[in-house]
Ligand binder design. Structure first.
Ligand code: ADP
Ligand code: ZN
Length: 730
């Protein structure tokens, strides 16, 4: 980037704010001047807003009306690399810059001067008159055992006004202190010896370290079955990065993974890394944000948004379980963290490692095409061998209605219990039953706001919509026909399966793992640790268990419905089912004892089920790739979704139809538009959603064409338009 790096007092600067404007605004540099990239507070109408000095003023405003920057915030200026990354990410995802900037300024309290940072923690005094509001404040402080919060944070978390907290301070029940300076992070020691690697593993680790020393951008797909030591290998790359004096980022898909993972990192490097995820307190997030920027946090372990931290000198990004769909952010800015990691690395000359046992077809194809390096770990570490996989043909099993554990599976579980081993029953459905049906009128109970069924959750004693989270009590009478006592559950969810398991194995200690059964990430972590230590004979879990947890005593995995993911018309269904089944099966037999996976299916000859059993992954991918190539869909063609939403379905469709008719800019680049049609979820939170799908040949300038295509659209009232580049389902 050319242009000045520093602006004298009074010089014109262009400021990008987080407000929804389509351009930068001109201001005069404040007294003392400011650097390019500085975080600043600027006046906008009657308000003060956060912004970043993005360049030289454009000079296209009336000079007499140009106002001054109010103040420069106490944070290191945003580096050029970060500005370039945000710009490229905005171009790729067709996201307006202000929304992109918000992702990079999410550290709360960015602008608070240190003097204003009072913090609040539990005091020793007993409060007089314990009102509900006061109780909530004390509960929050107790729940976070010893952590301190700012006034605003605490008030928000407890849902009280700040005067309630001040009142408690007066009585000594809450203590007010000056915020300490950021505590330095303990230093990680990359020279501590790691585990002694096998030949396979050290070849892979060496290759990664060599690439790192090259000091340039590159991406490597690290493929290896669960338990083959991918983590051990990439921790060697992290060590090398730290030895080179560069920062490293490990992205993980699920908060639940971090408990086990962080202690592994601690063992490897002698200290804990910085953590970044939505569960962290704001105080902690603010600290991480600053320490990362100063280069004092050498290693960050975090969720996808950690990509937007202001790293000072990033050398390595690991994307673990790179195929995981939760890397795709589905609201606000629609981006895939895996792809953004590659983009960010390309800009700052870092290495990316995509680790997975079951890579996405995209990454597999990029490796095939030579865009990514590929390293394979073929065997499981030590005595651990891959589980034996078998189907249970459900057509031949005798099952009572309302029962889902086949006699064959039952026997297998019992045998493991007799020998003191753990079994896992996997069902990818939360709640008690997926459908609640009225036996009098045949209607199902649906959500009032979404195009989705309400799912009974017995544990919570409520019906819940899995789209919008709305809950309501289970009614006695059918909401459609009013007849009482006829509502009946249909099909199994995890809670119902647990009921059957408890009746079938009355002596078993049963543990349930489903994201909605735990109030906090901490409670979930505790449960996972308990299971790992052997405090359960039978685990019943949803998708949550498919990811990285290590249960050494687990030797049997029973998949209740292997066919579930194969229904529906989604082109990615086969890939997803293949990945999920192989991931789940990989949970069994991770230590000395061999594992077994049994898949209950009504269609054992289905090609995807056969591929899962045979373990011929390359064969599966080649077949999938050929299918996608023939259909011209990703990764062999490009796709984008346009989601229009609004309170009334008619006007939303009208805009969709008008777009479909005026597809000139798309046709110019050889792209086609399909739809409008109801989106995969046609109504969420009372908003109707309509989708247009755009399909373009591989090299077409898709973003550019879409930008020109949608530019004339005017959105009236409460109608919104979102562009989803590379949609997850098509
Ligand atoms: P993956 O990430 O591929 O699932 P991990 O790196 O978690 O595999 O390794 C699986 C288990 O085997 C872990 O407990 C790990 O510590 C252990 N392990 C892997 N490689 C080695 C090694 N070379 N020496 C000792 N233990 C190892
Ligand atoms: Zn809903």
């Amino acid at each position: 980037m050319s242009g000045p790096e520093y602006f004298e007092h009074g010089e014109l600067v262009a400021v990008l704010t987080t407000q929804p404007l389509d351009r930068t605004l001109d201001y005069k540099a404040p007294e003392g001047g400011c650097f390019l990239g500085a975080f600043v507070e600027v006046p906008l109408g009657p308000r003060k807003v956060l912004g970043v000095v993005w360049g030289q003023g454009q000079g296209n405003f009336d000079p007499a009306k140009i106002r001054s920057v109010i103040r420069v915030l106490e944070a290191a200026p945003m580096r050029e690399e970060m500005r370039a990354f945000l710009g490229r990410a905005a171009d790729y995802t067709l996201t307006p810059m202000p929304a992109m900037l918000r992702l990079a300024t999410r550290a709360p309290g960015l602008g608070d001067p240190p003097s204003m940072r009072k913090i609040y923690r539990l005091g020793s005094g007993a409060p007089e008159r314990l009102t509900d509001a006061r109780t909530r404040v004390l509960e929050v402080l107790r729940d976070y055992g010893g952590l301190a919060f700012t006034l605003k944070e605490l008030a928000e978390m407890a849902g009280v006004t700040s005067s309630v907290i001040k009142g408690l301070v007066k009585q000594g029940a809450v203590r007010e202190e000056d915020s300490p300076r950021d505590l330095p992070y303990p230093v990680l020691d990359p020279y501590l010896p790691g585990k002694e690697l096998t030949e396979d593993q050290s070849a892979a680790a060496d290759a990664l370290c060599r690439s790192l020393r090259g000091g340039q951008y590159g991406t490597t797909l690290l493929k290896g079955v669960t338990g083959s030591g991918k983590t051990e290998v990439y921790l060697e790359a992290v060590a090398e990065s730290l030895r080179l004096g560069k920062q490293a980022l490990v992205l993980l898909p699920e908060i639940a993974l971090t408990a086990e993972f962080l202690s592994r990192v601690e063992v490897r490097f002698g200290a804990r890394p910085a953590e970044w995820h939505s569960g962290a307190t704001m105080t902690e997030r603010r600290r991480v944000w600053r320490m990362v920027g100063q280069g004092d946090a050498q290693l960050v372990v975090g969720a996808r948004s950690a990509l937007f931290l202001p790293f000072r000198d990033l050398g390595l990004i690991i994307v673990d379980e790179e195929h995981d769909t939760s890397y795709k952010q589905e609201d606000g800015v629609l981006y895939n963290a895996r792809d953004m990691a590659v983009l960010r690395a390309a800009i700052c000359g870092a290495q990316v490692v995509l680790a997975s046992a079951t890579p996405s077809l995209e990454s597999w194809a990029n490796a095939e095409a030579g865009k990514y390096e590929r390293l394979d770990l073929s065997a499981r570490f030590g005595a651990a061998v891959l589980p034996e996989m078998k189907t249970i043909d459900m057509r031949a099993e005798q099952l009572q209605p309302g029962s889902w554990i086949s006699p064959t599976l039952r026997q297998a579980v019992r045998a493991r219990m007799d020998s003191g081993e753990q079994s896992l029953l996997f069902i990818n459905r939360r709640g008690y039953a997926p459908v609640t049906l009225c036996r009098a009128c045949g209607q199902q109970i649906g959500c009032d706001h979404c195009d989705a069924r309400m799912v009974e959750h017995r544990f919570l004693k409520r019906l819940m919509c899995h789209q919008c989270g709305e809950t309501k009590p289970m009614p006695d009478a059918c909401p459609s026909c009013g007849v009482e006592g006829k509502l009946a559950p249909v099909g199994p969810g995890i809670e119902r399966l647990a009921e059957e398991a408890a009746a079938t194995f009355p002596e078993a200690r049963i543990a349930m793992l489903s994201s909605d059964l735990f109030g906090s990430a901490r409670a979930l972590k505790a449960k996972i640790e308990e299971i790992a230590e052997g405090d359960a004979d039978l685990i019943i879990g949803t998708q949550l268990v498919a990811k990285g947890h290590n249960f050494p005593k687990l030797t049997l995995v029973g998949v209740i419905d292997a066919d579930l993911g194969l229904q529906g018309s989604d082109l990615r269904a086969a890939e997803r089912t293949f990945q999920l089944m192989r991931q789940v099966a990989g949970r069994a037999g991770r230590s000395e004892r061999p594992g077994q996976a049994l898949l209950q299916t009504f269609q054992p000859e289905h090609p995807v089920i056969r591929a899962i059993l045979s373990g011929d992954e390359e064969g599966f991918w080649r077949a999938e790739a050929a299918g996608r190539q023939a259909a011209g869909v990703p990764p062999y063609g490009r796709m984008a979704g346009i989601i229009l939403s609004g309170p009334e379905v008619g006007p939303v469709f009208d805009i969709g139809n008008a777009l479909a008719r005026n597809d000139g800019p798309l046709r110019q680049v050889g792209a086609q538009v399909f739809g409008p049609a109801p989106a995969p979820i046609a109504r969420i939170r009372g908003r109707h959603r309509v989708r247009l799908l755009v399909k373009a040949p591989k090299g077409a300038p898709l973003q550019d064409a879409i930008a020109r295509w949608i530019a004339p659209v005017t959105l009236k009232g409460d109608i919104r338009l979102a562009v989803d580049i590379d949609p997850q389902s098509f």
